[in-house]
Design a protein around this ligand. Structure first.
Ligand code: F6R
Length: 627
């Protein structure tokens, strides 16, 4: 969480920083600030709340500076108040710093710096950094250790070597107006290369409208940006040789393109996402129908799979478990990464561990995987590297951590609530489960062909499903705009969809919602039901169809208004449910890709009708890089 951006070049920095921060606001939006250098002074402007507050404050400020840094905050240490907003400065107001991450040893550093006379003005962990840099500028070490002659760079390097934690930092100093230093240690940071201008940012959308040539800093690296170019060093001060790459992202992709919100645009992008996954994962070669490029040892003697994830990715993992167990017959556990870290299951020799994270930056998932990696090396397992990541960002920290990646091809997702990346994660699990089943021969070639052919029809079924919902859901959103509680139920492969439907509604509309396995309702939650609590039931023909219908009737008998996500033209369902959200009639095994769509739209339209900020719901951030 938190987004940072930096600019040095020949244009006015303020507007470039503000527009960069706009693209990073998905990372946090409690407060924002920028610091620029002009005529030997740091000009630092900060504002509580969303970026437009900062923008209005800056309207009154003359802004000719050509160097600066900016930050949009998701509060960790200290309330979301202006005095805690970044940038933070040293006592003499010469050094300005923005940070994304956590400085774990800030208490000791703060104590020590206070004793030396530095004055702290915030409650943040970040504020130790500008003071430390100022201290090293004042008292430089006797010998210059870095292969860089800049005193500012050297002071920053010395300071960074004192920090413990996971962080990305950008800093400037009024006494060195031609230098911007950017640092990465386990929090993302990219450097952008323009014509006589250079950028740094937490994520590429912040700079893609200026340049597509970027370099992703690796952990333990620092970049020195000047108007003449970019130099990369490690924390020991050795100069490194690195080349930028060209981004496969266009400025258009970070715009709403006529949709009112990114969330809606991303819901409508789902047919294209599924097409991209089909193209990437499935071939026309009958001898190698699935193409995940995983090494053979991922399949040999595999006895168990454990999947670690958080939030929506955890819901996708539950569907993954269903598919892997039912198609490939491999026992599979799904764990919340945040729980697993402190109570891991015993590790058996032939276990494949999968981390699922859209962003590839979720702190809990990364920490759980790091722990697994260590446990494996202690066990001297036959196949050490049996760690697989499923992510939308192969270039993320996750990508560096695991031996293999399945790229989910979701494209950039800006709405904070995950929608198209959930569907993309499901597609990755279909491909993985089918690949495992194919190689272990737990599925016949005919059945495999059948499923792949049906998957190929899914994009047009999503299109049809989207079309069917448009007016229906807007009407429901109108009826439910004031509702305070919702229950979602499903069974079997659609139980995780009930959880996901409830999570989407909570996140964007702030309505209390619970997802339950339909058969569990009578063991307690049914006590919640009355005419004020609507129940959404997912009832798709297959193994549990009749069971879900009778569970729905039980809710109806308690006066709940019943909304059914059911196949189109289903007479039986039409008699039971008060309202229908019809989806195309597909095999139950594939149905989650369709049944989630009306639930995403329901959450979206209710939130939009309530006039809420759908793309940036309160208290949330898109990538949760703190524990
Ligand atoms: C829900 C949502 C979150 C994320 C969770 C994990 O809409 O966006 O619940 O799914 O924070 O994020 P990733 O997948 O990036 O690890």
């Amino acid at each position: 969480m938190c987004g940072i951006v930096g600019y040095i070049g020949t244009q006015a920095a303020t507007e470039i920083l503000l527009s960069g921060l706009e693209k990073l606001e998905y990372r946090g939006y409690d407060s924002a600030g920028i610091a620029t250098i002009w005529e030997g002074e740091v000009n630092c402007v900060r504002a509580k709340g969303k970026l437009h507050n900062l923008r209005s404050k800056l309207e009154a400020v003359e802004a000719p500076a050509q160097i600066g840094i900016g930050h949009t905050r998701w509060a960790t240490h200290g309330k979301p108040e202006e005095y805690n907003a970044h940038p933070h400065m040293d006592t003499a107001m010469r050094v300005a710093v923005v940070q994304n991450g956590i400085i774990e040893n800030y208490r000791e550093l703060r104590q020590d710096l206070k004793q030396k006379g530095y004055v702290f003005r915030s409650e943040t962990d970040t504020e130790v950094i500008p003071h430390l840099i100022a201290e090293f500028l004042k008292n430089p070490p006797s010998s210059q250790l870095a292969q860089c002659s800049s005193p500012f760079f050297e002071a920053v390097r010395q300071a960074v070597n004192k920090l413990k934690g996971a962080f990305a930092i950008a800093c400037v100093c009024a006494d060195f107006p031609d230098e911007l230093i950017a640092i990465r240690q386990q929090a993302p940071l990219v450097i952008g290369f323009g014509q006589g201008e250079f950028f740094c940012a937490s994520d590429t959308p912040a700079i893609v409208s200026h340049t597509r040539a970027v370099l992703t800093l690796e952990n333990g690296e620092m970049a020195r940006l000047t108007p003449l170019g970019v130099e990369i060093y490690n924390f020991a001060g050795d100069r490194l040789k690195k080349q930028p790459r060209l981004l496969n992202l266009s400025p258009m992709m970070v715009e709403k393109q006529g949709f009112k919100h990114f969330m809606l645009k991303e819901i409508y992008e789902q047919p294209g996402v599924v097409r991209a996954c089909l193209e990437a994962y499935f071939t026309n070669d009958i001898n190698a129908p699935i193409n995940l490029s995983l090494p053979a040892e991922f399949y040999d003697d595999l006895e168990q799979i454990q999947i670690l994830a958080c939030g929506t990715s955890w819901h996708a993992a539950l569907i993954g478990k269903y598919l892997i167990e039912q198609l490939a017959g491999i026992p599979t556990q799904v764990q919340y990464a945040s729980e697993f870290r402190y109570a891991p299951s015993p590790l058996t020799a032939n276990t494949l561990t999968i981390g699922v994270t859209q962003s590839g930056e979720t702190a809990d998932t990364l920490a759980a995987l790091a722990m697994e990696k260590e446990r494996r090396s202690a066990l001297e397992l036959k196949y050490q590297p049996r760690l697989l990541g499923i992510t939308n960002r192969p270039e993320s920290t996750l990508g560096e951590m695991v031996s293999q990646i399945i790229n989910i091809h979701g494209g950039l997702e800006i709405g904070v609530a995950a929608t198209k990346t959930f569907i993309a994660q499901l597609m990755a699990f279909y491909a993985l489960a089918l690949d495992l089943a194919y190689r272990r021969q737990t599925i016949s070639p005919d059945k495999l062909e059948d499923i792949i052919n049906s998957l190929r029809q899914i994009p047009k079924e999503i299109e049809a499903t989207l079309e069917r919902q448009e007016n229906l859901i807007e009407q429901l959103a109108h009826d439910f705009a004031e509702t305070t509680d919702f229950i979602f139920v499903g069974r079997g492969i659609n139980f995780p969809i009930a959880l996901e439907g409830a999570l989407k509604l909570k996140e964007v509309s702030y309505i209390h919602a619970e997802g339950y396995p339909a058969g569990e309702m009578k063991h307690g939650p049914i006590a919640l039901l009355d005419a004020k609590v609507p129940v959404v039931a997912i009832a798709m023909p297959g193994n549990v169809y009749e069971k879900v219908l009778s569970n729905a009737q039980e809710a109806k008998a308690r006066d709940s208004r019943l909304i059914g996500v059911t196949p189109v033209n289903d007479g039986e369902a039409a008699e039971i449910f008060n309202d229908l959200l019809p989806v195309s009639n597909v095999d139950e095994l594939l149905s989650p890709i369709l049944t989630v769509i009306p639930l995403q739209l329901l959450a979206y339209h209710i939130a939009a009708r309530r006039g809420l900020d759908v793309d940036q719901p309160r208290n949330l951030a898109k990538s949760v890089t703190v524990e």
